[in-house]
Design a protein around this ligand. Structure first.
Ligand code: PFF
Length: 443
């Protein structure tokens, strides 16, 4: 059987940007920035993304395109030895991330329902905080939404690459950007919002410490979908005629631009509402946005459009978490695509149960001082993804080396000088940066 592939360059960019752009940008980035000093976090985040994140995105895609395999098979083919274990860790991490990602995506679906019902008004009885707290603490309801989200993910992944993943992303990504622009402009013109703007854009250098650096590193990897082999898998469906460097740059700029837009939308709104930026936590986006909607003409419809697009953005990301797991099961274990998607999805749904409860009834159950959600997020973002990034840097920089440059293409062309610079970053800057930040974070 011929391996699936993207039907066009635009389709590849939209699907890969669809993977990168998701809840990480709109839900996680603003509250992480708020909790870690605003501008200081933003600077370190940009250093990680532009300093070596981009180069590692190229490296992952390249390994995928060279091997045309899932993460485990790809590491076996390009590096051999014990390296497939790194791919396996990535597949495992994809399952861990999806099991909390679907819970947050479930909240997004619930908010879409609230928006349709018209119950998202800031003046509602009990207030917006209570609306959110009731939802996440109510046991069954958030779980059913999370399950619905995983099932949607399974159905798309089961349809395969071109017909499922690519088609969905092409349509929704551009709409999301337009809506975010409108929301950010409105948020910035709310009374009291300018303090928030300064907090977000002006680095307070006293907040530049190991904890901020490791949070920024983890967020950069999470947002770029980097370090677990999702990009290896997406690269494996790429045409050898494609210009890897240019297309990866487009994806990274889109992802970073949307995170910044989301920051500009959420953080000034928090200041306008009199919240301190470190207070919000995972509920921030949900508690803060209704104020922006309420202050916009046609806010009811904007709320509906916004949450609908956010669900779709989450979906184009979640399919990129399920896809490496499915590719692994299909390539290595000879399971059919449909069966693999249901199997992996079912495991995520099972894990989502305790994760969802860790926001409610099991809030008090902690391990290493973290709830289960906190632990899953910490393991994935702060440990596994940066470790995966370090490993891809070693494989591409030191094991493949010049062979990587020869394969960077487009096929038949001689790569420009940029490829030498890229290899230098992958060899030296990326490993040094990741190790340095990981050590700072642990200290
Ligand atoms: N990049 C996605 C986001 O920002 O929402 C999350 C993600 C997708 C992480 C795919 C990891 C991954 F493999």
């Amino acid at each position: 059987m011929q391996r699936d592939h993207w039907t066009s360059r635009f389709g590849f960019i939209m699907a890969t940007a669809g993977s990168a752009v998701g809840l990480g940008n709109i839900w996680k980035f603003p509250y992480m920035a708020g909790a870690h000093g605003g501008g200081a976090f933003l600077v370190l985040y940009l250093v990680c993304v532009l300093g070596f994140g981009l180069s590692l995105v190229i490296a992952e895609l390249l390994v995928g395109r060279m091997s045309r395999l899932n993460p485990v098979g790809a590491y076996r083919k390009v590096a051999g030895g014990a390296w497939p274990a790194v791919g396996a860790l990535g597949v495992f991490t994809a399952i861990i991330i999806l099991s909390f990602y679907c819970v947050v995506a479930g909240w997004t679906i619930a908010y879409l329902v609230y928006a349709v019902e018209g119950t998202l008004t800031p003046t509602r009885a009990g207030g917006l905080d209570a609306l959110f707290d009731n939802l996440i603490g109510s046991g069954l309801t958030p779980l059913l939404y999370a399950f619905g989200f995983v099932i949607a993910t399974i159905l798309i992944v089961a349809r395969g690459v071109g017909r499922g993943i690519e088609r969905a992303s092409k349509l929704f990504m551009p709409l999301l950007v337009v809506l975010l622009l409108v929301m950010a402009i409105r948020a910035l013109t709310l009374p009291g919002a300018t303090d928030g703007l300064w907090f977000f854009l002006k680095p307070d250098f006293s907040a530049l410490d190991g904890a901020t650096a490791s949070a920024a590193l983890g967020q950069a990897f999470f947002s770029l979908s980097l370090g677990l082999g999702g990009l290896i898998t997406y690269g494996s469906y790429m045409s050898s005629q494609q210009h890897l460097g240019r297309d990866a740059l487009a994806v990274v700029l889109l992802d970073t631009g949307i995170a910044i837009l989301a920051g500009l939308m959420i953080i000034p709104t928090m200041f306008a509402a009199g919240m301190t930026p470190d207070q919000g936590g995972p509920g921030t986006t949900f508690k803060v946005l209704p104020a922006v909607f309420a202050s916009l003409p046609g806010g009811h419809w904007i709320a509906i459009g916004f949450f609908a697009l956010l669900v779709l953005a989450a979906l184009t990301s979640s399919i990129s978490m399920l896809e490496p797991v499915v590719a692994y099961l299909v390539d290595e274990r000879r399971v059919s695509r449909t069966k693999a998607a249901w199997l992996a999805g079912a495991v995520c749904m099972m894990l989502a149960v305790p994760v969802s409860l860790s926001f409610g009834a099991w809030q008090g159950v902690t391990l290493f001082g973290m709830t289960l959600f906190g632990l899953f997020d910490y393991f994935a973002s702060n440990l596994s993804l940066p470790f995966g990034g370090l490993m891809i840097a070693i494989v591409v920089g030191w094991i493949l080396g010049p062979k990587a440059i020869a394969a960077i293409g487009p096929a038949g062309s001689t790569p420009g000088l940029w490829a030498q610079g890229w290899l230098f970053v992958v060899r030296f800057i990326a490993p040094a940066g990741i190790v340095w930040i990981l050590v700072q974070g642990l200290l």
